[in-house]
Design a protein around this ligand. Sequence first.
Ligand SMILES: [Fe+2]
Ligand SMILES: [Fe+2]
Length: 185
Amino acid sequence: MATATKGATPKNSGAGASDSMLREFFVDELKDIYWAEKHIMKTLPKMKRAATTDKLKAAFEKHLEQTRKQVERLERIFTKMGETARGKKCEAIEGIVKEGEGIIEETEAGTATRDVGLILAAQKVEHYEISTYGGLAQLARTLGRDDVAKLLEQTLAEEKKTDLLLTDIAERSVNYQAAAEPAED
Ligand SMILES: [Fe+2]
Ligand SMILES: [Fe+2]
């Protein structure tokens, strides 16, 4: 732990400081997830088009709508924090999305195996979002911003629900259908 040098008394320089390093870090992470959500927004229509079953297509469509609202919610959060909504490239999501695109290329259109792959890729995205929003909501509370935490928790709940829905689609039908599909070569 660094010691305070510029006259700030350690007792008062904690969570409540409006210009704390933690606040700066928090805003930086907001930019990261803002970029990520916008990237996901562009990707979901491709995933929907690539999906085989109507169930999965509908799930992606629904989450696209939710993601649009999540982007707006983040914009509200930026405003609340007195910041301009700006994205910062999120390498992790870019990588996970790329992997998802690879899955589309490697699986055959119209198969249940394609859907298994898409679900796997989508769940990696959801888990990234769940850990990010969970952490950010916690940080918002630490910063004394319960109003912001509540908004982040709304999105967190949507991501968790989406993850469960994808598990449900996989476990109820798609995985079994895929298991019955013969290998090509
Ligand atoms: Fe999201
Ligand atoms: Fe999501």
